[in-house]
Write a new protein. Structure first.
Length: 409
């Protein structure tokens, strides 16, 4: 008989871990319940202490107030508190005794009131101090969350709160914040990895194209039309290489600077000026300004890129004749300042923010192929943020811009 194949086995039943059952809200150690128990307990303890103190003071006052303020010796009434002189009738003696006893009772009540007020003031000071300390302890996780958020604001997405303790609202907030940071870090890392990989992949064909064009241009038998076409293609290829390098630097500068070394902004600005001086002379632009020492902790290559981009932009986007660029460095209010100002076309104030966006330029005079690829200010802003600083641009009266870079010392 022919052998029949065995029937297929049934797929395994899905298994999963039972979902963690959260306790009812009123059983969770929430901050609301903890603060209620804390301050309710403090009020109860303070009330018990105050009642105990008042009870002891009242007992002492009753003991003092119940003592007779006079003595009777040999039929004569004597007292250190009351005046019984000149009393001749029993009725007058009785009235004087009542007055003396009431006076002593009033003194005992006044003493009780004064001591009770002092006890209340002392307990209030202790209660406020204890409450302040306990509130600080309860809210200390909130300070930890705030400090982590500030570090993350400095583009350090690797920070996590990792809050321990009871499962209350603050721990839930911290865990949610950590999950959000995980997603943000993955998104930024994927974006930077994509830009970096794309830039690296584009470098090879661009380098090959440049080599081939240079080889053909070096051929003395090449016709003039081919040489002109080769020069145009070589310029386009060079612009593409600059774009790739700018994208790669922009992706790298968005990270927090880990290794920091002392860098003098005056030296960085001088190097940038030396690299741009030839282009400035060709365009008839004067570079001037005094540069005082301003040492910061950072990456020298990236900081040099900030100065170079700002000085190059100030030279390239200038007036056709008698233009100037002023580059200064100084220390001001605990900040190292690099200021680059220049003459140039009038820039509306509402267009300032667009200057720092990648591939964004102003009008047609900023779109020429010889003026960069539109990433200079974006790179400068990213590098400044990575160093914990910022860059601001202001329109200069009469035309041009004033670029201010402030970095923490």
């Amino acid at each position: 008989m022919p052998a029949f194949p065995a029937p297929p086995t049934a797929p395994p039943k899905p298994t999963w871990e039972p979902k963690h059952q959260e306790p009812p809200y009123w059983l969770r150690p929430t901050i609301r319940i903890r603060l209620t128990l804390l301050y309710g307990g403090m009020f109860l303890i303070a009330g018990i202490l105050l009642l105990s103190i008042i009870y002891m003071l009242a007992a002492e006052a009753l003991h003092v107030g119940s003592e007779l303020p006079f003595t009777i010796v040999s039929g004569q009434v004597t007292s250190d508190v009351c005046n019984f002189s000149g009393i001749t009738t029993p009725e007058a003696a009785q009235a004087a005794m009542n007055t003396c006893v009431n006076h002593q009772r009033q003194q005992a009540l006044d003493t009780l009131l004064n001591r009770s007020l002092l006890a209340l003031v002392g307990l209030s000071v202790i209660a406020f101090a204890f409450g302040y300390a306990m509130a600080g302890r309860v809210l200390s996780p909130l300070g930890r969350i705030t400090r982590t958020a500030r570090r993350v604001a400095g583009t350090d997405l690797s920070r996590r709160i990792e809050l321990d303790g009871p499962d209350d609202e603050l721990k839930e907030l911290a865990d949610t914040f950590d999950e959000m940071l995980d997603r943000l870090e993955r998104a930024f890392t994927a974006q930077q990895r994509f830009v970096g990989n794309a830039s690296h992949e584009l470098r090879t064909p661009l380098a090959i194209n440049r080599t081939l064009l240079e080889v053909h241009l070096s051929d003395p038998q090449a016709p003039p039309e081919l040489k002109q076409l080769g020069k145009t293609l070589l310029a386009t290829n060079e612009r593409s290489e600059q774009l790739v390098e700018g994208l790669l630097l922009l992706a790298r500068s968005d990270n927090q600077i880990v290794e920091r070394k002392p860098v003098d902004l005056a030296e960085v600005a001088s190097i940038a000026i030396d690299q741009t001086r030839g282009e400035a002379e060709e365009r008839g632009v004067e570079i001037r300004g005094e540069r005082a020492p301003a040492v910061v902790q950072g990456n020298g290559v990236l900081l040099e890129r900030i100065a170079l981009n700002l000085v190059q932009n100030a030279v390239r986007y200038n007036v056709p004749a008698e233009g100037w660029v002023e580059v200064t460095t100084e220390l001001q209010s605990g900040q190292a300042m690099l200021v680059v100002s220049n003459t140039g076309p009038v820039v509306p104030a509402y267009e300032i923010d667009n200057l720092f966006e990648p591939f964004r330029r102003l009008r047609t005079e900023r779109t020429g192929s010889d003026k960069g690829v539109g990433l200079g200010l974006s790179i400068a802003r990213s590098v400044a943020r990575a160093h914990g600083g910022r860059i601001l641009a202001e329109p200069r009266e009469g035309g041009g811009l004033v670029m201010r870079v402030s970095l923490p010392v």
